[in-house]
Design a protein around this ligand. Sequence first.
Ligand code: URA
Length: 246
Amino acid sequence: MRLDKFVSYALNISRSDSRHIIGAGRIKVNGRIVMKSDFSVDETRDAVDFDDERLAYRRFLYFMLNKPRGYVTSTRDPLHPTVLDLAGDYSKYNLFMTGRLDIDTEGFVLLTNDGKLAHKITSPKNNCRKKYYLLTEEGFGEEDIQLCREGFPIRDGKGRTVKTRPAELEILSDAEAYLTIYEGKHHQIKQMCRVLGKTLKYLKRIQIGPVALDPALKPGEYRPLTDEEINKLKNQFTLIAHSNKL
Ligand code: URA
């Protein structure tokens, strides 16, 4: 593996930042400073140090991105920019986008090349929680909270009628609410609002599983997940698997 790739994975930084660090003579391979980005390292044997700190090789990258309106969550689109266009250098890393958002929806998109975790998050059988902030014209009432709790019919992606899983509606003001769902049917929140007779004016995903979108991220910005956030995302499935066995 190229040294710049190893360093960018190990430090969860971009390839250009990694080249910069290498060029500055801050990386040692087996005790010797190496300043060539294309130097070949064996990640299973070579000792790579950054400022004398041993680097552990990480295979996977994880980012939270705050998707702005007007961007699509697909890898390519003939008409619109994609969230990968916002990911700069990382767009070359075969990142998956977990959990699609509509072009006019903002908020948390998880970008990762960890296909196993991405699959777990999107698989309907894992009931992964997704929390949204909604702004509607009419606002919600007690009866809407009850309906969301009980579930009601919407359409799945194939046009079949299905009942929504119990969802949690939390009223914040006359116009604002949080809605937490545990599945991801096609345009689910929009469909739910339509059935409840609400005009949705703004939609933003603010949480995936146990990890909340960092409020410091402006639309279009992203940052690596912390180790704690990565562990929380992974551990939620261990807990789900455990409770399914009980
Ligand atoms: N539900 C929707 O209707 N749209 C989204 O983008 C996400 C959830």
